[in-house]
Design a protein around this ligand. Sequence first.
Ligand code: ADP
Ligand code: MG
Length: 324
Amino acid sequence: MKEFAIIDHFFKSRSHQRKDVVIGIGDDCAVTDIPDGQSLAITTDTLVGDVHFFKDANPAAIAHKAVAVNLSDLASMGAEPAWLSLSLSLPNADEEWLETFSQSLAEITDYYAVQLIGGDTVQGPLSITITAHGFVPQGQALTRSGAKPGHLVYVTGTLGDAGAGLDIMRGKLSTSKTSEDFLVKRLHYPTARLLAGTALRRIASACVDVSDGLLSDLGHILESSQCGATIDIGKLPLSVALKEAVGHDDAIRYALDSGDDYELIFTVPEELKGNLDIALANFNIKATCIGQLTGANSKLEMKRDGEPCDEAFFAAKKGFEHFS
Ligand code: ADP
Ligand code: MG
């Protein structure tokens, strides 16, 4: 199959359709309308074969994750997704691979009502770059920099699952079939917390998504907001599967420093805690308060069930960094 046939067959014909797309795939640019009163939020993420996923991984999972990690960035800004573009580098035009990949892409874009509006298709090492565009009401974007000392620190869902899923895939960890399935699914099919992101507008003072790990990503808020934090590691939300797989102490370690969970870490002024509780209940969102911000610049203090925490417990824990 030639480049244009691939684009038409696998991407153009399967793309979800939105009314605000004036021109989609097929011209030199996509042309779209932006609603009055909204700002555009734009983000890009690249997944490279054998860096971000195993080259022989299920293409359905690759497509899902490539979209989900971008939508997660929109979620962390309180934006709702609208459009995607896809830059695809493939070693060869493997039609079976493309069929599974594009079906999964169509599924997730239909689910979130986002339209694939363009991209690029080239021959090269396996790599997928997605750019996602979304809307956020003007002035309401959640940033990393709005947090203040005294604000409460929350996290959605559970942490550490994807990291354990990765260790299962690498053959370094095993547990019951049910727990393995859950943890590996958390790695390959992450959920972007879009509903939480929009519900947190005008409530959260800062927000970030967990791509590199709690310590690393909370660190971004601390640095941007020039705050410190005290975290109670006894309060970290841990899944039953993770605790079964590694025990409680190691579950805490995974939760602190393993990435790829795509939950949201956010901060809330104490006086808005009531509003938060109502928003969480209304939208059936699970979030756990894990600590509070302090005035100590960028300093993260750990407690465990209210008691000072042994330094050795979390020493040398750092999020995954490229080029490190
Ligand atoms: P140009 O040469 O003008 O950049 P291309 O030949 O690269 O255009 O692409 C033709 C059309 O197909 C464009 O509208 C482009 O956005 C779209 N497109 C190319 N690759 C993809 C892809 N992988 N997914 C979605 N749209 C794509
Ligand atoms: Mg091109």
